[in-house]
Design a protein around this ligand. Structure first.
Ligand SMILES: [Zn+2]
Length: 149
C-alpha cells in the first residue's frame, strides 16, 4: 500500500469520506442561515456579474452559487445535495422548495426533471400572484370568495 504522500490520486478518490466531510465544512462556511426561512444563503462565488444583474429586474434571480468540487466548478446546491443526501440521478436538476437559488440547505432541495422544475416554478408563481390579488382585495374591503365577512 503506497504512502498517502506517494498516492497521486486526488483526495476524493483516495479518501471519499474525508473529502465529503471537507466539502460539507466548506458549504457551511460559505453560507449563512436565514432564521426566517431556514435557507442556507450562499455567500461564496456566484456566476452573476454586476453588468448582467443590472439588466435584470430582480438582481438576484439569475445568480447561482458556485463551488469547486472534485476538480470542477459546479453549482453549490448540487454539491450540498450530493454530500448530505446522495447522488443526483443522471439528467436531473435541482428544485428549490424555497425558490431561492442561492440556498444550499439540502432540506430545501429536490432532484427533478427540467419539465417538473418548470411546472413547479409556474405553479408557485401563480399561487403567489393569487395571494397578492387576495391580499389587495382584502385590504380594499372587497369580500373574498370563500370567506365570511
Ligand atoms: Zn432554502
Amino acid at each position: 500500500m503506497p504512502h498517502p504522500k506517494d498516492d497521486p490520486r486526488p483526495l476524493w478518490e483516495r479518501d471519499p469520506d474525508r473529502y465529503t466531510e471537507r466539502a460539507k465544512a466548506r458549504v457551511r462556511k460559505l453560507s449563512v442561515v436565514d432564521p426566517e426561512t431556514d435557507c442556507w444563503v450562499w455567500t461564496g462565488a456566484t456566476n452573476g456579474t454586476e453588468t448582467a444583474n443590472r439588466r435584470l429586474r430582480d438582481p438576484r434571480t439569475k445568480l447561482r452559487p458556485f463551488i469547486a468540487f472534485k476538480g470542477r466548478h459546479v453549482y453549490a446546491y448540487r454539491v450540498a445535495y450530493e454530500v448530505w443526501v446522495g447522488p443526483i440521478p443522471e439528467g436531473l436538476g435541482i428544485d428549490h422548495s424555497c425558490e431561492n437559488r442561492l440556498c444550499v440547505n439540502p432540506a430545501h432541495l429536490e432532484p427533478v426533471t427540467t419539465q417538473e422544475n418548470s411546472r413547479r416554478y409556474w405553479q408557485r408563481k401563480r399561487a403567489a400572484e393569487r395571494a397578492t390579488r387576495i391580499a389587495a382585495m382584502r385590504a380594499s374591503g372587497h369580500p373574498v370568495f370563500g370567506e365570511t365577512a
